[in-house]
Ligand binder design. Structure first.
Ligand code: NAG
Ligand code: NAG
Length: 320
């Protein structure tokens, strides 16, 4: 190649390079444009698609909840009464058939007291465990006490029952406690006396082991054998049943309370107590064990004044 030829070639080559570069630039532009369009399209498509998926997921949760409610409910009509509360942000939890977790708000705590014990017993309760369940605890008494009404933020209920410690007055208070519970949407009714200490967190944890849609009568008997009474029917017959001693505290599930309703609500509890001539806690056992044929579940974690506290191991007190 001579010099001039070489020059021409170089010029030619430069021309070629220039054209080539332009082509590549155009090509790159087209590719970039196509890519951008693709990205925009994909983003749009994905957002539409994910909205779809969320919907599907919600539907699935809904269906599961529905199945769950239907398997657990013993009577469809009871469903509404429970105000089923399941969180939708944990779909895995709704899929398993476990008792719904109990929170303090699911428990109605009633404390039976009387005007003569207001000053000696209520201040201790108000200073201690009441503080952990101020909204869930109600005190049932037999007078208007404006001082304690203020101190409990209006949680004193005057039952209008007699203040004597006789059978009728006791059944009268239990009847008001029971009716007041039925008027709430709580899942558990737990009765205590004004000399009980309620271990609130432990109580809530304990109830978590039971399903409020099943019939549960949880408490501790104070006698070693079932009580035997002779019914006053035409044929005098022996009736045997267990009862949870009221002084140790006991709990009823809402399902059981609803079954008791035709027999014991609206003051009918008092009539039954009168008929068998026995106190409130015995009447409770009679209604549940004898009339409804539902058994008491003995819970050793409840304690009454009838048992010596020294038998409770010190390191286990927090579990009672
Ligand atoms: C107690 O209070 C209620 C309403 O707050 C009232 O109707 C009733 O008469 C009061 N009873 C007594 C004995 O003061
Ligand atoms: C007690 O009586 C008062 C007034 O007579 C009434 O307002 C109140 O509702 C009654 N309480 C209960 C628990 O029945």
């Amino acid at each position: 190649m001579n010099r001039s030829e070489e020059t021409i070639f170089i010029i030619d080559n430069n021309k070629m390079n220039f054209r080539h570069r332009k082509l590549i630039q155009t090509f790159t532009c087209v590719v970039l444009l196509l890519y951008s369009v693709l990205v925009v399209y994909q983003t749009f498509y994905r957002s539409v698609n994910s909205a779809d998926r969320v919907d599907n997921k919600n539907n699935k949760v809904f269906v599961k909840k529905h199945v769950y409610e239907r398997t657990l409910a013993q009577e469809p009509s009871l469903n509404d009464a429970y105000g089923i509360s399941m969180s939708t942000d944990s779909p895995s939890a709704t899929a398993t058939v476990k008792p719904p977790t109990v929170t303090l708000d699911d428990v109605f705590i009633s404390v039976k007291t009387t005007r003569n014990y207001h000053n000696s017993r209520l201040p201790i309760i108000l200073k201690t465990w009441f503080q952990l369940a101020k909204k869930q605890t109600w005190l049932f008494t037999d007078t208007n006490d404006s001082d304690f009404q203020t101190r409990t933020n209006g949680h004193m209920i005057n039952t209008n029952c007699s203040s004597s410690h006789n059978r009728k007055a006791l059944c009268c208070k239990m009847s008001v406690e029971f009716d007041t519970f039925l008027n709430t949407d709580k899942k558990w009714f737990c009765h205590f006396d004004d000399d009980n200490y309620v271990n609130v967190p432990r109580l809530v944890k304990f109830l978590g082991d039971y399903n409020p849609r099943e019939d549960w009568y949880l408490g501790k008997p104070s006698i070693q054998a079932p009580l035997e009474i002779v019914s006053k029917d035409k044929r005098a017959q022996k009736v045997r049943f267990w009862f949870a001693t009221g002084g140790a505290g006991f709990c009823l599930s809402r399902a059981l309370a609803l079954k008791m309703m035709p027999l014991a609500s609206d003051g009918k509890f008092i009539s039954i107590g009168e008929r068998i001539r026995l106190p409130d806690d015995v009447t409770m056992g009679y209604i549940i064990e004898h009339l409804l044929k539902k058994q008491l579940t003995v819970v050793d974690l409840f304690h009454s004044h009838l048992e010596p506290m020294k038998f409770i191991r010190r390191d286990l007190i927090q579990d009672q």
